[in-house]
Write a protein that binds this ligand. Structure first.
Ligand code: GDP
Length: 431
């Protein structure tokens, strides 16, 4: 379900508005099995459409300063929400705290609905109109307390909600691949092998006339874009600083790609440079496929050794699909395609909030968070805030141990099969 977050400085009437929107429905909210939910997330409905309503006022913490909690609150809301309801007090106008909030909201690419609260009569509507100059579009005058204008506000909120399935793979064009690896692993040979007898279109990257040239290659009946193939085909001079430029180039390629194929050499030990390149991929948040090249040179002894090296050095990316190929002979090169598809599918995957919390509820019930100083952490709720790569936010009260977060991450990976994609887990703690 889409998530609507209610944001505003203290005392503008967030909770009153939340209660107004929920009406009597509030009592039947806690329907996710096993998860103790605090008064923060509510399931709401308007005009036949269900959504989650988040009262970020519940996150206001009394210990730190106003500026801190306002920024934090907005950040939480933005990381979660499909739509943000930004509430201001029409009687007071815009304060410096409102402006701080606004700054955070502006940076984020989310639809914002501007709510002018405490407009109890017609005179107040004039004051609300002054809020046009915030540049957030039409201010919606409401009285959360009396209900005035709340129907129109909800209509506007539904309108601001993104269409389901927006940005689906269909209209995105060919998926973008960065083929990376240290010099001489066979990137250029693999590219030539893949491009052989297939339609290759060379694109200049929009706007730049410099090096980065992409190639479109048709594989498995689909077009793919290999980014910065000029960087692969043009041999880097083995002079001083070549490593530095190669690594800049890798970074730039990753930046523009969706999935990385890290090419490694099967007949040579896994090197620190290989591991560095893998780290760069992990940092970039791109989907990952590992390809071991020059398989034709492998003998049995080296094969056994390689398996041991993989176990020792690549445990942290054990979730990435692995293909063993030879660019020279063409062996298994076609297996790259299903691996790429699998990884991108995971990278795009979105777990519905209900399923996620059902999973979490069962998990937490079966394996409770270990006590700390006799106290129990409570996992309140989780939601997937983003895809590409999947990013989850877990809300807990008190504390959440690093080890327990890793445990949740591992189980999420297994249960929802995030093969080939990194996943990110953020934690929000309520005192
Ligand atoms: P790049 O620097 O990663 O682009 O590597 P190249 O594609 O230039 O390959 C480096 C060397 O390895 C060349 O001499 C290739 O012929 C050789 N090579 C590439 N792939 C294979 C392979 O699968 N098997 C064997 N035997 N040699 C390969």
């Amino acid at each position: 379900l889409p998530v609507v977050a209610v944001v505003g400085r203290p005392n503008v009437g967030k909770s009153t508005l939340v209660n107004r929107i929920l009406g009597r429905r509030e009592a039947v909210v806690e329907d996710t099995p096993g998860v103790t939910r605090d008064r923060v997330f509510y399931q709401a409905e308007w005009a036949g459409k269900d959504f989650w309503l988040v009262d970020t006022g519940g996150w206001e913490d009394r210990v730190q300063g106003v500026a801190y909690r306002v920024a934090e609150q907005a950040e939480v809301a933005v990381s979660l929400a499909d739509v943000v309801l930004f509430i201001v007090d029409a009687n007071v106008g815009i304060t410096t705290t409102d402006e701080q909030l606004l700054k955070v909201l502006r940076r984020a690419d989310r639809p914002v609905v501007l709510v002018a609260n405490k407009v109890d009569d017609q005179r107040g509507e004039l004051e609300a109109a002054a809020l046009w100059n915030l540049g957030l579009g039409e201010p919606h005058p409401v009285s959360a307390l009396h209900g005035r204008g709340s129907g129109d506000l909800l209509d506007a909120t539904l309108e601001a909600m993104p269409e389901e399935g927006r940005g689906s793979a269909v209209d995105r064009g060919p998926r973008r691949i960065a083929l990376v690896g240290r010099p001489n692993v066979g990137k250029s040979s693999l590219l030539n092998r893949l491009a052989k007898e297939r339609r290759v279109v060379v694109d200049e990257v929009g706007g730049t006339t410099r090096d980065p040239v992409d190639e479109r290659i048709s594989l498995g009946g689909k077009d793919w874009t290999f980014v910065d193939t000029a960087g692969i085909r043009r041999r880097v001079l083995q002079s001083q600083g070549a490593d530095y430029y190669a690594s800049l180039r890798t970074r730039a390629a990753l930046d523009r790609a969706e999935v990385a194929v890290v090419l490694l050499e099967a007949n040579e030990p896994i090197s620190t440079q290989d591991l560095k390149i893998i780290d760069m991929v992990l940092e970039s948040g791109r989907a990952l496929v590992l390809a071991f090249n020059k398989w034709d040179l492998l003998d049995e002894e080296r094969h056994a050794q390689l398996e041991r090296e993989i176990e020792r050095d690549l445990g942290h990316v054990a979730w990435a699909p692995r293909v063993n190929i030879s660019a020279e002979t063409g062996r298994h090169a076609e297996r790259l395609v299903p691996a790429l598809e699998r990884s991108l599918e995971s990278w795009d995957q979105r777990i519905p909030t209900g399923r996620l919390n059902a999973f979490l509820g069962t998990l937490v019930a079966a394996h409770p968070h270990p006590l700390r100083g006799g106290k129990q952490s409570r996992i309140l709720f989780a939601t997937q805030a983003r895809t590409r790569p999947p990013r989850f936010v877990i809300f807990a009260s008190g504390f959440l141990e690093h080890g327990y977060r890793r445990f949740i991450e591992r189980r999420l990976r297994e249960d929802f099969e995030f093969t080939g994609s990194p996943i990110v887990i953020g934690v929000r703690i309520r005192e």
